[in-house]
Design a protein around this ligand. Structure first.
Ligand code: NDP
Length: 237
């Protein structure tokens, strides 16, 4: 496969889980891939070695670090903002600092990374944010801040699609349901609760999400923008 040969790709949060699958997919299809991570250097180095991608430790909670790093990557063809965190808990007792950090990583970083990338992105480029089905619906208590953040990136895609459309740049959100990663292991304590609401009774695979990202980043998706693309095993059905 070589659909992305010659393309310059940045994946924010590419060392593990869904982000690592996205890095693998683009690298396999010939792209030059940069990716960031937060602290798991061993995982980042392993993905870099495997794929030839370039890893950088950049905390998505640090706006200045994010924009400086995006700018340092030069003109991109494709930006994927995947890095995200979750905070479980009663919103009346959850530490405000933890919620602020979640908003910084899940909302502010996608906004500032996308805007920074847009300054130099090539015409017909692609911006993809990994949101969540929880941007549309929230079947469980204890995840209010996460739901807020995943709804917020929907507005980012809608607004930015208007600003960047004249350059042929598309902006989309991919909204997974439960996907088997360190954040949401298929054999974890939430397994039964997660899978009970699905039409397809299993967690999704990271490669299934990467495949949707690859389609939306590819040449056949040039008329798809400002839209949410759900891949959730029927959770929202
Ligand atoms: P993981 O926790 O498995 O991996 C997260 C990745 O993001 C890692 O590479 C991690 O780096 C990086 N990251 C986390 N915080 C930061 C930060 N502050 N700065 C830079 N990089 C960071 O998550 P998933 O793969 O499960 O999730 C990826 C995205 O998909 C998230 O946005 C999540 O909300 C979304 N999602 C996930 C679902 C699921 O069921 N798994 C369902 C719906 C949406 P490091 O290795 O250094 O920690």
């Amino acid at each position: 496969m070589g659909s992305f040969k010659g393309k310059s790709v940045l994946v924010m949060g590419g060392s593990r889980g869904i982000g690592a699958a996205i890095v693998r997919r683009f690298a396999k299809e010939g792209a030059a891939v940069h990716f960031t991570y937060a602290g798991n250097t061993a995982a980042a180095e392993a993905i870099a070695k495997e794929t030839g991608g370039k890893a950088a430790k950049v905390d998505s909670a640090d706006r200045k670090a994010v924009t400086a790093y995006v700018a340092s990557c030069g003109a991109l063809d494709i930006l994927v903002v995947n890095a995200g965190v979750v905070e479980f808990g009663d919103p009346t007792t959850l530490a405000p600092e933890a919620v602020e950090r979640l908003f910084a990583i899940n909302i502010h970083a996608p906004y500032f990374a996308a805007v920074e990338a847009a300054k130099t992105m090539r015409d017909n480029g692609r911006i993809l944010i990994i949101g969540s089905i929880n941007g549309d619906m929230m079947p469980f208590p204890g995840l209010t801040s996460y739901a807020v953040s995943k709804s917020a990136v929907q507005g980012l895609a809608r607004g930015l699609s208007r600003d960047l459309g004249p350059r042929g740049i598309t902006v989309n959100v991919v909204q997974p349901g439960p996907v088997d990663t360190d954040m949401n292991p298929a054999d974890g304590p939430m397994k039964d609760m997660m899978q009970s609401g699905l039409s397809i009774k299993r967690h999704g695979h990271v490669d299934e999400v990467a495949a949707m990202v690859a389609f939306l980043a590819g040449p056949d998706a040039g008329f798809i923008t400002g839209a949410m693309h759900t891949i959730d095993g029927g959770m929202g059905a």
